[in-house]
Design a protein around this ligand. Structure first.
Ligand code: PLP
Length: 395
């Protein structure tokens, strides 16, 4: 009873702070058009990380079914005991080939990949320099390691340089950044980061969850987009967004690093192998991307359509050329009522406010997918324009 009272009071505090998160239940597959449980059909979905629309792609689903039938539901084991099948090794090879790296290691999620890398690689003699707006899983991964920690201001190269100078006293320096930041749709200045890393003898790590599969001419990611594929040493990314959307994450980079992770990385050593169906999805998604970059190109064109039409309508969209398109509104209440009203018009978008984003920077985040039609995009812009006028966000 005492625990119940304590929990209820904590829950009340969360409600009171206006930061309560609720789940909207979907009764259909993930895709551009959804049916919500308890009614709402034909909702146009603009808030999944399904950037390439592969989450419900028929070939991805078929590959999952085939892997399920051939390799079973799961391994009932971690990888190094009796949990490695040929499909795990094939997928690791495919990932390394896709990123043009020496080797790759699979995890149950990118959260796990981020939890496992820093502690395995860095000792108290080393240093890690992290962008202040890095994803929570990078922050947690860094917390778990014993290296000296430096936090530089978001994408601020002067501050990074100052911290790199300070960190010269350590044995090894690792700069860690998201390739693309999920709240702002902004892209890390990797060229400048790599130049500084070279000048101050540091390694570069990027989290490519919001870039793998679609940024750069062939969808390899931020490093390809910015021409620094040979300068970034370590990439962590997810299979749970553009690459089929099921689950899973990985690290790819130099072979001795991947070998070390297989020996030391705790989420790899102490957690079950990825289920075959999940491996099948990701493997097929990578095949589709390596065959052609048409899907990634189609998403880029739709992103461009949405960003330019919304800007012409009078909205401010944060970031540049990224399918994460935050419609900046400032006021938390405005973001929340506008998102609600958008849903009434059949457009599913989500409002974000403090503490998820800084105070006064509330926004509605729109995410574009290759499987949105031009008509879906235009309907979204039209609904924003009507709702924006109604609530005073537009004149
Ligand atoms: N890193 C970033 C930047 C993310 O946005 C996410 C997911 O939200 C993760 C890591 C975690 O990825 P996963 O869902 O594979 O655990």
């Amino acid at each position: 009873a005492q625990l119940r009272r304590r929990l209820e009071s904590e829950l009340e505090e969360i409600r009171g702070a206006g930061t309560w998160k609720s789940e909207r239940v979907i009764a259909s597959r993930q895709g551009p058009h959804l049916r919500l449980a308890g009614g709402g059909a034909g909702i146009i979905n603009f808030c999944a990380n399904n950037y390439l629309g592969l989450s419900s792609h028929p070939e991805v689903i078929r590959a999952a079914v085939e892997a399920l039938e051939k390799f079973g539901a799961g391994l009932s084991s971690v990888r190094f005991i009796c949990g490695t099948q040929s499909i795990h090794k094939d997928l690791e090879e495919k990932i390394a080939c896709f990123h043009q790296r020496e080797d790759a290691i699979l995890y149950a999620s990118c959260f796990d990949a981020n939890a496992g890398i820093f502690e395995a690689l860095l000792t108290p003699e080393d240093a890690v320099l992290s962008d202040e707006l890095n994803h929570a899983s990078i922050i947690d991964g860094i917390r778990l390691c014993k290296a000296n920690k430096y936090r530089y201001k978001h994408m601020d190269m002067q501050d990074l340089e100052a911290k790199l100078k300070e960190a010269q006293k350590h044995r090894l320096r690792l700069v860690a950044t998201d390739g693309a930041f999920s709240m702002d749709g902004d892209i890390a200045p990797l060229r400048e980061i790599c130049q500084l890393a070279q000048k101050y003898d540091a390694l570069v790590f990027i989290d490519e969850c919001h870039a793998t599969g679609f940024l750069g001419p062939n969808g390899r990611g931020t490093d390809e987009l910015l021409g620094v594929m040979d300068k970034v040493t370590i990439i962590n990314s997810t299979l749970g967004k553009a690459l089929g959307g099921a689950a899973g994450g990985y690290t790819t980079g130099p072979k001795p690093l991947i070998d070390l992770l297989r020996q030391r990385s705790r989420p790899y050593l102490f957690s079950n192998s990825l289920p075959p169906a999940v491996v099948g999805c990701a493997s097929k998604a990578l095949d589709l991307l390596m065959e052609s970059n048409a899907i990634a190109q189609s998403m880029a064109a739709k992103t461009q359509r949405f960003r330019s039409k919304m800007t012409a309508a009078g909205f401010t969209i944060s970031g540049k050329d990224h399918p994460i398109c935050p419609v900046m509104l400032g006021d938390a209440r405005l973001a929340s009522v506008m998102a609600e009203d958008m849903l009434n018009r059949g457009i599913y978008v989500i409002g974000f406010s403090y503490p998820v984003v800084p105070k006064g920077k509330a926004r509605i985040r729109v995410q574009i997918s290759a499987v949105h039609s031009d008509e879906d995009i235009d309907r979204c812009v039209e609904a924003f324009t009507q709702v924006g006028r109604k609530h005073g966000a537009l004149p």
